[in-house]
Design a protein around this ligand. Structure first.
Ligand SMILES: Nc1ncnc2c1ncn2[C@@H]1O[C@H](COP(=O)(O)OP(=O)(O)OP(=O)(O)O)[C@@H](O)[C@H]1O
Ligand SMILES: [Mg+2]
Length: 344
């Protein structure tokens, strides 16, 4: 559905003497039809620049971008306008028209596309149901919650039956619960309409919850790319590890673990990571039954992704040296991820 080949974007600074900014550098990327593809990176990584090139809001300095069968850098005028109806976008701050009601906001792209009044009314009703805004049709944006505003943004973006939906930090202005409800809606739309979705975010939670694949961006480049579960299992770059840690070991977890470990005084604290089918294996049971070690579970967490679950378990293990090393050898062989956090 989307194919980027060697795409770069350089902004020439208007200030005298300052260096041009390489916002995006040599990116190759393919997004399949019906996929939810996530792009994660810190501020300034080039995410917005990249996504804005997908709908022709920015032109690449180099390389080629094809979206839904169109070569974006070659089209102009009416063809570009037509392409933009097929590649729609939602934004962090919703970008709604404040003097128009919910209904009128959603109808806006239909008016531009020259859809008749009657068809518009029908389509708007359909969209209102799809995004769950029944009863709020005549409200103004200022009367809506953040989540409701984003629902209007989504309905408006879907009005002309796009093939691709681009989301630039669409949940970054929302609280965690509202974020989840909007992510559920996006997933539902993806499944029901087979819509291809590209979303950018700086939160791994968003990637974990709905994306099939993820690209990690740093300094204008894609530094890591893969299925979400695989990236969780084997993050390679330091930046990717940091993003994965947002989910597997938030700061509070680390504090709790070192606090609990300190209470034991001696023994080992080990972090086990399970992914996909490995999560089903009774590793802990085996450990307790077959080795003369004492095992205490400190904390555990399972994070479901679109390609299977990823779990982390912190345990404390105590025993004599030989038994502990036999137990460690078993863990090493069992294909789960193990990391010794403390050894006292
Ligand atoms: N119109 C512009 N003119 C000049 N430089 C720009 C322009 N737009 C972006 N940049 C620069 O390009 C780089 C990438 O910016 P971009 O907005 O794509 O990052 P981002 O990953 O979306 O960041 P954020 O998470 O803060 O939104 C930054 O260094 C930014 O300052
Ligand atoms: Mg941005």
């Amino acid at each position: 559905m989307i194919s980027l080949s060697n795409v770069s974007k350089i902004y020439k600074s208007k200030l005298k003497g300052s260096q041009p900014v390489k916002a995006v550098q040599n990116i190759d990327l393919d997004v399949d039809k019906g996929e939810i593809f996530g792009i994660i990176g810190y501020s300034g990584a080039g995410k917005s620049t990249l996504i804005r090139m997908l709908n022709g809001l920015e032109a690449p300095t180099d390389g080629s971008i094809s979206v839904a069968g169109r070569e974006m850098s070659k089209i102009r005028g009416s063809e570009l306008r037509k392409a933009r109806q097929e590649i729609s976008m939602i934004f962090q701050h919703f970008n709604l028209l404040w003097s128009r009601t919910v209904r009128e906001n959603i109808a806006f792209p239909l008016e531009i596309a020259g859809v008749s009044r009657e068809q518009r009314l029908n389509r708007v009703d359909e969209l209102i149901k799809l995004v769950g805004l029944e009863g709020r049709e005549d409200a103004y944006p200022s009367q809506l919650s953040g989540g409701q505003k984003q629902r209007v943004g989504i309905a408006r973006a879907l009005a002309n039956n796009p093939k691709v939906l681009l989301c630039d930090e669409a949940t970054s202005a929302l609280d965690p619960q509202t974020t989840d409800s909007i992510l559920d809606l996006l997933q539902d739309i993806n499944e029901r309409l087979g819509l291809t979705i590209v979303l950018i975010t700086h939160e791994m939670h968003v990637i974990r919850k709905i994306c099939h694949r993820v690209a990690v961006m740093e300094g204008g480049q894609v530094v890591e790319l893969g299925k979400v579960l695989d990236v969780f299992k084997h993050p390679e770059k330091p930046i990717t590890k940091r993003f994965v840690q947002q989910i597997t070991e938030p700061e509070e977890t680390k504090d709790t673990i070192s606090h609990l470990a300190a209470e034991f005084g001696q023994g080992m604290v080990i972090q086990l990571s399970f992914a996909g089918d490995d999560a089903e294996k009774p590793v802990i049971t085996h450990l307790i039954r077959h080795f003369d070690v004492e095992v205490n579970i400190l904390q555990g967490k399972i994070s479901p992704t679109q390609n299977g679950s990823y779990g982390t378990l912190f345990i404390h293990m105590l025993g004599d040296e030989a038994e502990v090393s036999r137990a460690m050898a078993y863990l090493n062989e069992s294909k789960i991820g193990i990391e010794v956090i403390e050894n006292a």
